[in-house]
Design a protein around this ligand. Sequence first.
Ligand SMILES: C[S@@+](CC[C@H](N)C(=O)[O-])C[C@H]1O[C@@H](n2cnc3c(N)ncnc32)[C@H](O)[C@@H]1O
Length: 199
Amino acid sequence: MQSGRSAYYDAEAARYDASRGGSERADDAARAVRRLVPGPGVLLDVGGGTGIVSAALAAQGFDVLVTDLSTGMLALARDRLPGRAMAALADRLPVRPGSVDVVTAVWLLHLLAPAEADGVLAEAARVLRPGGHLVTTVDKRQAHGQRGAVADDRARVTEVAARLGLVPAGETTFTGASAWGSATDADPVFPLAAFRSGR
Ligand SMILES: C[S@@+](CC[C@H](N)C(=O)[O-])C[C@H]1O[C@@H](n2cnc3c(N)ncnc32)[C@H](O)[C@@H]1O
């Protein structure tokens, strides 16, 4: 499953940015993340792909690290953020416990099986410092006018996060017109939810 997903994104990498809203979507997403957290700090962008959002987050003042499983996507992230992009599964982050101010997961959880998504949330809880924030997209497919995925269901994510000591800390949205094939809404609005580490 994971190798299949990696192969898909390896093949998709060259056209990914332009077909997913380009820098307008990335800049809007980065501004949305910035609104949800108290201040810039060390930010780990999990499943950061080509780094288009990660670079926009760096432009917002965050000290950004990017992880992804696709070597094709990561090659573009390495061009954008030299020395800051690492190959890693989202539920096995190469980062010390309590060492990160913000974890972002933009357009990631909806791709995963629920158990895998729960592993990502647990990893976020592990690497966040006390008072740090997880910021993740939720209900992503609904924004495209499609049936929702289980793994990024807002209520489910909130419940799993609570069990991990991550308390709701605000919501906002970002936009990003997308020419990508399965998008049925020409002007989607993507919900973004924040959770603060109470540990
Ligand atoms: C839809 S893209 C989003 C990329 C980026 N966050 C953005 O908003 O442009 C999903 C990314 O998640 C990565 N991914 C999927 N499953 C993953 C996993 N289990 N661990 C790490 N990365 C994963 C894919 O390789 C892909 O780059």
